[in-house]
Design a protein around this ligand. Structure first.
Ligand code: SGN
Ligand code: CA
Length: 522
């Protein structure tokens, strides 16, 4: 009797009203699928993120519609392409009159909370609670925007974001209601500052060089003029953490200084210096005799050490979240998603950053666990997009999606009902130009076999790739006579796809005019 009473009092016991699945949406910022061991363990082991693949589904062909931060988030929240939700780049404002899926879930009785990076320049609507980073946010001792004002929290951003999310789950969530938790990491965004444990470990590692590290961009006009080459455009101080005074001594003037070291407490700073100062001293000694190839390789290793070091913390913290959901017996009725706002170049084509429709930044990691619905350990090769998330979550919650959302619910794929999925092409459109990294505006479509891309604005060039024969996208076949039929078909399909999604040259031109003078960054 007594034990039975205790059980009834325990407010964590699922009630009949609590049958709708909870949704935990985990997203990191710039997390390349090449840096998740469920995809490839060449660079790093991510045992916690991999749990979602082992217990759920791994998508091999998930892509974004516009490979840059805030636009990707706007697509996710609205279920509409950039040209319709209006958030075409990181410079324009998010139009808060857009209807977002969290608002619809909140109206349907879901509790909603968001923690971490949003990057809109305005606060999210449809959330009972949010604690978000201003703009890009910081790694060390970050400031957060909350409903009660701004607050600075001492510590490391990835740990803090998790603490905030867990605090809400433990202490302020109404256990009678289903919930949507958006748990959004800043890491591994530039300028890649790992936590102490991991800069100690990762600065000792060396990584295999990508085959295309020394790409000369032959046949790809827009790739040639982009400014995201590790050798030429990555900063030795800002990115690779070399002291600017040392650079001056070496006659190197590369502008931007280190961003986060100034934010560290004296204790954090002296622990940081104890690891990075020997690296700086070693660089000072070796630099005078380095040729371009050696400098490229040195910068690549430094880049990956810090980038992957930040991911090791993300993985630990995802583990903390999954453990909590397991311990509280919430996992059985919770859909957990892990994704990134887009992919990233880890030296492929000699690059860092994203923006292009080439695979490393067009594709994004996607792992989903949904016990009793998804068969554990399955992989899915269908072409899905971040555009599909809103309708997926609405279907999971039993809420009708507005007619003007443009994605497809992934629920049939999650349940293994492939016959209900008939998409044969996905659409992409990138706008942020002129801007940092100088990636020209372009749009295109990808099928499983081919990709066609049109670069426009101050150029007018086309690219065509055979994705099966040339997965590294080194050979632009647009002028290859052997592919004339396939190119014509893809051009036609691109035209139809633009019409289907209501994109057009008129809109392209309007967006060029509208944001001509926009320089502001969020
Ligand atoms: C910053 C970075 C860029 C990066 C953009 C967009 N520069 O501007 O390298 O492409 O963010 O990233 S930095 O000098 O400020 O580090 S996004 O993920 O927010 O879209
Ligand atoms: Ca990003």
């Amino acid at each position: 009797m007594t034990s039975c009473k205790t059980e009834q009092k325990n407010d964590k016991t699922p009630t009949t009203e609590n049958k709708k699945p909870n949704i935990v949406f985990i997203m990191s910022d710039d997390h390349a699928y090449q840096a998740i061991s469920a995809y490839s363990d060449k660079l790093i082991k991510t045992p916690n993120i991999d749990r979602l693949a082992n217990e759920g589904m791994l998508f091999n062909n998930a892509s974004v519609t516009n490979s840059i931060c805030a636009p990707s988030r706007a697509v996710i929240l609205t279920g509409k392409h950039s040209h319709l939700n209006g958030k075409i780049d990181n410079l324009s404002a998010f139009d808060t009159t857009n209807v977002t899926f969290p608002q619809l879930l909140q109206n349907a009785g879901y509790q909603t909370a968001m923690f971490g990076k949003l990057h809109f320049g305005n606060n999210p609507k449809g959330f009972d609670e949010f604690k978000i980073l201003p703009g890009q946010g910081n790694y060390y001792n970050p400031k957060f925007i909350t409903q009660k004002g701004d607050t600075t929290i001492n510590g490391y951003v990835t740990d803090i974001t998790t603490d905030l999310a867990l605090d809400w789950l433990k202490n302020r969530r109404d256990t009678e209601k289903p919930f949507l938790l958006m748990y959004l990491h800043k890491a591994p965004h530039r300028a890649w500052y790992p936590a102490e444990k991991y800069y100690k470990e990762y600065t000792k590692k060396t990584f295999p060089l990508p085959e295309t590290l020394f790409d000369n961009y032959e046949g790809r006009v827009a790739a040639k003029t982009a400014e995201m080459n590790i050798l030429k455009h990555m900063h030795l101080a800002y990115d690779n953490k070399i002291d600017q005074e040392v650079l001056k001594k070496l006659n190197i003037f590369d502008g931007m200084g280190r961003s986060e070291t100034k934010r560290m407490t004296p204790e954090q700073r002296s622990r940081w210096d104890s690891v990075y100062n020997p690296i700086i001293a070693d660089f000072e000694k070796r630099y005078p005799t380095m040729d371009d190839k050696q400098l490229m390789e040195w910068k690549y290793q430094r880049y990956l050490q810090d980038y992957l070091g930040t991911i090791a913390s993300v993985d630990d913290n995802v583990g903390r979240m999954l453990d909590y959901l397991d311990e509280e017996k919430l996992s059985d009725n919770t859909v957990i998603i892990y994704t990134s706002d887009q992919g990233f170049y880890l030296g492929e084509h000699g690059w860092f950053d994203k923006r292009f429709m080439y695979d490393e930044s067009f594709k994004t990691p996607l792992l989903i666990k949904w016990p009793n619905k998804i068969t554990a350990g399955t992989t899915e090769d269908e072409m899905v997009q971040n555009l599909d998330f809103a309708q997926t979550f609405l279907e999971i919650a039993g809420v009708n999606a507005p007619d003007d959302m443009q994605g497809e619910s992934l629920v049939p794929l999650l349940k293994g009902q492939k016959e209900k999925w008939d998409r044969d092409a996905v659409y992409y459109h990138y706008y942020e130009y002129p801007a940092e990294h100088a990636v020209k505006r372009h749009y295109g479509i990808a099928t499983k076999e081919f990709k066609i891309i049109h670069f426009y604005h101050d150029i007018d060039t086309w690219e065509f790739y055979d994705r099966k024969k040339d997965p590294q996208e080194m050979h632009n076949l647009i002028n290859d006579k052997n592919y004339a039929d396939e190119i014509a078909e893809m051009k036609q399909k691109l035209k139809e796809t633009r019409e289907k999604y209501k994109d057009s040259e008129t809109l392209d031109n309007q967006y060029i005019e509208l944001y001509k003078d926009k320089k502001k960054r969020h």
